[in-house]
Ligand binder design. Structure first.
Ligand SMILES: Nc1ncnc2c1ncn2[C@@H]1O[C@H](COP(=O)(O)OP(=O)(O)O)[C@@H](O)[C@H]1O
Ligand SMILES: [Mg+2]
Length: 416
């Protein structure tokens, strides 16, 4: 009996004859937010109704190697070398549409068989690089498998702090002015970069890697020495960096959204409480244990109705303007007295999937994951209305004329 029959059987015993939906939950990843994703992944796997969903754990380790297998269901197994445990098998998600799933033991030798495990839906729960940035979404588009969350474009733009600011400000959504530059520009002329920054902005300033998260690589500078030091730190994590003025005396307000197109709902607002100068990784995740859900926060955020409605409106507008689908958590910096609101960032795969925000308005984690699977299937059905097939006689023509007939040579057929 194969690896996965055994893995699936463990579930099947408790299954009715109704066909279950096989969901591949992908977590971990080649990202600095690897550990956060392991927690989110397990919160998602646990949310599914085992009677109707067959959850397949898919773990990507810090080096980007893929695995599946029973032991990956247990969070406790991640305290040690989980991939060396018995029952954990290497696996790849096939980009080829005829497979529609995972190939387990892809390089199996004489003593093991590689097996194909069909996935009805894939649920990415990776934060940051190689998972929340459009790359994994691209693989899933190639593989033609329905998947939860934002598509390639919305994921890539939202994950990029420089491009998302440009896209959002173009929509009239208030953002904090910023200056950005690349590692190449810094290495070529650091003084020019510094003079450009201090010309455009005033201290204190925040320095951020363009495409990271969980406050990793983020720094706050009150003078030039700190600015230069934090730029070096940020450049050790990313080739592009953003510097923006600090919004002083601001409170942080987060809003989750769920849906797509004209059916996007906003959650209650939360106000994370920060005791440090700003919300650090430790404050977000390690204070109370249990991932993002553990950070200290006020729900609902103590804001007046108008301001609450304004922020929810910006959250929905921002998500829609990026052609977002599924879910996201949209973070704001707010000065309540002045009714000043700035959209800080969009997290298309938020920590703990922001379950605690939906629970605050009576929606269970199970309802959230099932709604997300539904949205994934809707998006997939929508995409199937596109035709990707266009028949031409170009090959025959080129065959007759010979390859030298290709574009650029006299009498060549028009090439795209
Ligand atoms: N312009 C700013 N003004 C004030 N605080 C800021 C500003 N930018 C970031 N912060 C603080 O730094 C934290 C992390 O920054 P953020 O842009 O959210 O990066 P990440 O994607 O790593 O979460 C925020 O939660 C907030 O506490
Ligand atoms: Mg943030």
């Amino acid at each position: 009996m194969g690896v996965l029959e055994r893995a699936c059987l463990s579930g099947k015993k408790r299954m009715s004859s109704k066909r279950t939906t096989t969901v591949g939950v992908i977590f971990g990843g080649r990202s600095v937010e690897h550990d956060v994703s392991i927690v989110t992944g397990h919160q998602v796997m646990r949310a599914f109704d085992a009677e109707r969903f067959e959850v397949v754990p898919i773990y990507i380790d810090r080096q980007g190697r893929w695995y599946t297998g029973e032991p990956l269901r247990e969070l406790k197994n991640f305290q040690n070398e989980v991939v060396s445990l018995k029952g954990v098998h290497s696996a790849i998600l096939s980009p080829s549409t005829q497979h529609h799933g995972l190939i387990v033991n892809p390089t199996a030798g004489r003593f093991e068989k590689s097996e194909l495990l069909r996935l009805d839906v894939v649920f990415p729960t990776i934060h940051g690089s190689h998972g929340e940035d459009g790359t994994l979404q691209g693989l899933l588009e190639m593989a033609d498998i329905p998947y939860v969350g934002c598509g390639v474009l919305a994921s890539a733009v939202a994950n990029d702090k420089i491009l998302s600011k440009i896209a959002l400000s173009q929509q009239g959504i208030p953002i904090v002015e910023a200056v950005s530059f690349s590692r190449g520009e810094w290495l070529e002329a650091p003084d020019r970069v510094i003079s450009h920054i201090i010309h455009a902005l005033r201290y204190p300033m925040f320095i951020k890697p363009a495409t990271l998260g969980s406050s990793i690589g983020i720094g706050k500078a009150a003078d030039e020495t700190m600015l230069r030091a934090h730029i070096e730190v940020a450049l050790s994590f990313d080739r592009r960096v953003l510097v923006e003025a600090a919004v002083e005396d601001a409170v942080e307000i987060n809003c989750a959204v769920l849906g797509a197109e004209n059916a996007i709902q906003a959650s209650v607002l939360e106000q994370p409480v920060s005791w440090d100068d700003y919300l650090t990784f430790e404050e977000k995740y390690t204070r109370g244990g249990g991932g993002m859900k553990s950070a200290e926060r006020l729900i609902p955020a103590p804001l007046d109705e108008d301001l609450t409605a304004k922020i929810k409106g910006y959250a929905i507008q921002a998500f829609r303007s990026l052609d977002g689908r599924g879910t996201a958590r949209i973070d704001f910096l707010v000065k309540p007295e002045q009714h000043e609101v700035y959209l800080n960032e969009i997290n298309t795969m938020p920590g703990s999937l922001a379950f605690y925000l939906w629970q605050a308005q009576g929606m269970t984690a199970r309802e959230v994951v099932e709604r997300l699977v539904e949205l994934a299937r809707d998006a997939y059905a929508e995409k199937r209305q596109n035709s990707y097939d266009y028949q031409t006689n170009l090959v025959q023509l080129t065959q007759m004329r010979g390859l030298k007939g290709v574009k650029g040579t006299k009498g060549s057929a028009a090439a795209p």
